[in-house]
Write a protein that binds this ligand. Sequence first.
Ligand code: GUN
Length: 284
Amino acid sequence: MENQILDGKALSLRIREEIRLEILTGLAEGKPRPGLATILVGQDPASEVYVRNKRRACEAAGLVNEHIELPADAGQQQLLQQVQAYNEDPAIHGILVQLPLPKGLDYDENQVLKTILPEKDVDGFHPLNQGALMQGNLAPRPCTPKGIMVLLKEAGLEDLSGKKAVVVGRSNIVGKPIALMLLERNATVTICHSRTKDLEAEIKSADVVVAAVGVPQLVRGEWIRPGATVIDVGINRGADGKLVGDVDFETAKKTARKITPVPGGVGPMTIAMLLRNTVEAAWN
Ligand code: GUN
């Protein structure tokens, strides 16, 4: 039953290799080399790891990566000036400000996201791009939900007509956009969150579960309907230092038809989609 594991690591490596080859072809045709700017503010250890992995993936696929690290107390103005500089830089096609910004200082995340030119917003977080998603229009889409949709397609779930999808979590980065994308594929979508009355009953009715709440192993394996597909977006560090998802993997994999592991499921797909969004921003 091992083929029930939805291996995001392997799939992302295939996609990254495709992108590397596309870039070689594009360069030979005279297209510009796609460039991604990454901005990291402060020293959050998890953010440092995520950004390092994104930068390495850029380099391996042949994208340009410009990277800036600002001290936690750099302040909103300095951050906005850096974003503006990349907005004006023709060699940079995508701009990524790693979130969350340091807490307790004067950062205004919404203003930062609004300052990135919508066409360079490879995270898909600009309000214009989020609005385009809501209207079903073409625009850069957030990388994690985009990667989840590729994983579902890989699991044979391209069309979700007649299927019930339950999303746990309502963030702007994952919960809300993935709900819209599932809806676009004709799923019947329920969004659950901390105030949901009976999470267990909701999950028990789901053909597709997307867990993106950041609560370690909140979703119990016994709640998974036999044959359901489970996408675990959570990356939590347990007391023993090991990474665990929002789903209790060991019990859930007994009933799920397909399930993503943590690590090695959704995380690597996010990076592959970031590269894809940057190539599209450069060439379209
Ligand atoms: N923090 C967690 N996920 C993401 C992401 O996809 N992009 C950025 N910029 N920050 C994040």
